[in-house]
Design a protein around this ligand. Sequence first.
Ligand SMILES: Nc1nc2c(ncn2[C@@H]2O[C@H](COP(=O)(O)OP(=O)(O)O)[C@@H](O)[C@H]2O)c(=O)[nH]1
Ligand SMILES: [Mg+2]
Length: 255
Amino acid sequence: MSKTAPFYNGAPGFPYKTMTTNTNPPTTPDTASPPEAQPKSAATVAAGWLHTAKFLTTAPQLHFLPVLEVPEIAFVGRSNAGKSTCINTLTQQKQLAFASKKPGRTQHINLFALGKQGITDAVLTDLPGYGYAAVPKQDKIRWQQVMANYLVTRENLKGIVLMCDPRHGLTELDEILLDIVRPRVQDGLKFLIVLTKADKLTRTEANKILSITKLQAGGGEVRLFSATKRIGIDEVSLILWNWAHPAAQSAAATQ
Ligand SMILES: Nc1nc2c(ncn2[C@@H]2O[C@H](COP(=O)(O)OP(=O)(O)O)[C@@H](O)[C@H]2O)c(=O)[nH]1
Ligand SMILES: [Mg+2]
């Protein structure tokens, strides 16, 4: 079986194997800009980078995905956890992740390319939500296998963002996912739990669920997030930027 995706319908000439990671640190001032111009904050750089997200391709199974060398960041979570809303908020695009709702794409892996000046330096992967009761059992099992296969074997996978509605906490399916990825996280795969819809919690509730989830995250990070109240957007954006640009991150830290 060819490793090139027959479903690939992104930009012509997409350079799968030749893409390089942009190593400019987000805090580096632009020396070409006039002296009165302020250097962009790291959060602004991260937000601008995420805003470049473009639909790249969709595939029903791992082996149809293009082989990529740029870092890939996967978004996973139960249906209705707020995953599409979070991706759209982070990328400042209204419809990007809702594309997954189009007929035929609901159980597909969707990739979005990120990168300034048309140079892709990372890819976001939207994996379909799990745990939706109305899905037939056979489809659930098939999908769990596709997802496990992706999370265990996708070579350029750099990090996983697990969306969780904090009013429900981590569910059994989330725990299964954690078990699946644990060996890779121990091997250096980045892991972040995003507690969505934080606007629905009181401050006390938010602090409590944050502490509990940190204990469950097994070495991963945890952040509160709300699309409606715009909580955690800068923090999560920066985490993703740093995952995709580790060289720049360490360069900035040593300055
Ligand atoms: N209050 C609140 N509701 C949200 C937030 N994010 C998502 N939702 C709602 O949660 C529901 C599920 O969101 P969606 O992004 O489609 O979830 P997905 O199934 O995980 O992709 C929708 O009704 C959203 O409007 C948030 O930050 N705050
Ligand atoms: Mg969705």
